[in-house]
Design a protein around this ligand. Structure first.
Ligand code: PMP
Length: 361
C-alpha cells in the first residue's frame, strides 16, 4: 500500500473525514457551486484593476490589518445602521465561519446545525475540534420556532447555526425561528445569509434582528450575488464585542492589500455588480416551472439555485448532463439534484438537456 494520510500522525478526530468535495470540472455550462455565472461589467473590472494596480505599488508594506476602508464600505452596503465596528471580513465567508468557531467553538464545545445544510458548516466544526450536532428539520426542510427551541433544549449547544436561505434546499429561514432560538440559548446564534440578495425584494433579513442581540452573528459573502467568488471576500455583522473576539484568532494581515483594494472598488459599484440578481431570480423561477412541467418536484427556493426531487437515478442524470457539457450538483440526497440558475442561455441549455434525458429514459 502506498503511503497515505492515514499513515501520518494526524489528529485522531480528523481520521476518516472527507474534505469538501464539489467536483471541479472545466465544462461549458457550470451550474454546480451556486456562483453568479454573469461576468462582472467591463467598466467595473477596469476600476478594480486600477485600484489593485495602486495597491501593488505599496505591496512591499503589510496591508491595513484592520481593513478599515473595506469595513466602512461593507457597513455602507449593508445599511441597517451598521458601522465599521459591527463588521468583520475574511477570505470568503468560510474563513469568517472558521474564525467564529476558533473563537467560540473548539474542543469541548458543540455546534447545533440543521442538515441538509451547507456542508462546510460541519467540516469547519470538525477542523476546529468543535462537536457538530445534527438538528431535525420540519416538513419541507423548514424549521419552526418550536422545533428550533426543542432541538436547543434537547442538545444544549454552545452555538446554533442557521442558513437562510438554506443551501442546498433554498428554503427561506423564518426570522421568528432565529428570535426564538436566541431566547432559548445563552450561546451564540449564527445565521449564514450567503444568498440573502436573492430573497424577494423588501423581505427582511436577520440583519434586522441584530439590534439588542449581542450574541447574534449574520454572515454574508461577495461570492454569490456580487459575482466576486474568485476574489474570496466574505464578511459578518454583529455586536462590536464579536469582532473583538475574532481579532484574537485571525492571523495578522489575513486580508491582502490586493483583496482589500479589489473589494472596495467592487463595492463602490454595488448597483452594477448586483444588476444581474433580478435576471438570475427570473431564471431560477423559470427552472422551477419547467422542472414542475417535466414532472420533477422542485423545492421552494429564495436563493440562486433549485433543489429538485423526483430524479430516479441522480448519478445517471448527473453523468448524462455532464456528457452534454453541463455540470450540476449531486449531493447524495436520494432522488435529488441541485442546479444553480445561470444566464438565460445556460439555463436554457440545462433545461433542454434535462428534457431530452427525461424523454429518452
Ligand atoms: N455559506 C453558504 C451557505 C454557501 O453556500 C457558501 C458557498 N457555497 C459559503 C457560505 C461560502 O462562501 P465563500 O467562502 O465563497 O464566501
Amino acid at each position: 500500500m502506498p503511503f497515505s494520510l492515514d499513515d501520518l500522525p494526524i489528529r485522531d478526530d480528523l481520521r476518516g473525514l472527507t474534505p469538501y468535495g464539489a467536483p471541479q470540472k472545466s465544462v461549458p455550462v457550470a451550474l454546480n457551486v451556486n456562483e453568479n455565472t454573469h461576468p462582472i461589467p467591463e467598466d467595473v473590472a477596469r476600476d478594480i484593476v486600477e485600484a489593485v494596480a495602486q495597491a501593488v505599488l505599496q505591496v512591499n508594506r503589510y496591508p491595513d490589518r484592520e481593513f478599515t476602508i473595506l469595513r466602512d464600505a461593507l457597513a455602507g452596503y449593508l445599511g441597517h445602521g451598521l458601522t465599521r465596528d459591527n463588521i468583520w471580513a475574511a477570505n470568503g465567508s468560510n474563513e469568517v465561519i472558521q474564525q467564529i468557531l476558533q473563537a467560540f467553538g473548539g474542543p469541548g464545545r458543540s455546534v447545533l446545525g440543521f442538515p441538509p445544510t451547507y456542508s462546510m458548516h460541519s467540516i469547519i466544526a470538525a477542523g476546529t475540534g468543535s462537536t457538530w450536532i445534527d438538528g431535525a428539520r420540519d416538513e419541507g426542510f423548514t424549521i419552526s420556532p418550536e422545533t428550533a427551541v426543542a432541538e436547543i433544549r434537547r442538545t444544549d449547544p454552545d452555538i446554533v447555526f442557521f442558513c437562510g436561505p438554506n443551501n442546498p434546499t433554498g428554503t427561506p429561514l423564518d426570522l421568528a425561528t432565529v428570535e426564538a432560538a436566541y431566547d432559548a440559548t445563552d450561546g451564540l446564534v449564527f445565521v449564514d445569509e450567503a444568498y440573502a440578495e436573492f430573497m424577494p425584494v423588501g423581505q427582511p433579513t436577520a440583519l434586522t434582528l441584530l439590534e439588542g442581540r449581542e450574541r447574534l452573528i449574520v454572515s454574508r459573502t461577495m461570492s454569490k450575488a456580487f459575482a466576486f467568488a474568485g476574489a474570496r471576500v466574505g464578511y459578518m455583522a454583529a455586536h462590536p464585542a464579536v469582532t473583538d473576539a475574532l481579532r484574537l484568532v485571525r492571523l495578522p494581515y489575513h486580508l491582502s492589500s490586493l483583496t482589500q483594494a479589489a473589494a472596495v472598488a467592487a463595492l463602490s459599484h454595488a448597483d452594477e455588480m448586483l444588476a444581474m440578481v433580478g435576471e438570475i431570480s427570473t431564471q431560477r423561477d423559470r427552472i422551477v416551472s419547467v422542472l414542475t412541467e417535466l414532472g420533477y418536484t422542485p423545492w421552494p427556493t429564495w436563493s440562486n439555485f433549485v433543489l429538485f426531487g423526483g430524479v430516479d437515478d441522480p448519478d445517471d442524470v448527473f453523468e448524462r448532463l455532464l456528457e452534454r457539457g453541463i455540470i450540476v450538483r449531486n449531493l447524495g440526497i436520494p432522488n435529488h439534484l441541485r442546479v444553480s440558475a445561470g444566464t438565460e442561455a445556460e439555463t436554457t441549455a440545462f433545461l433542454e438537456a434535462l428534457r431530452d434525458i427525461r424523454l429518452s429514459s
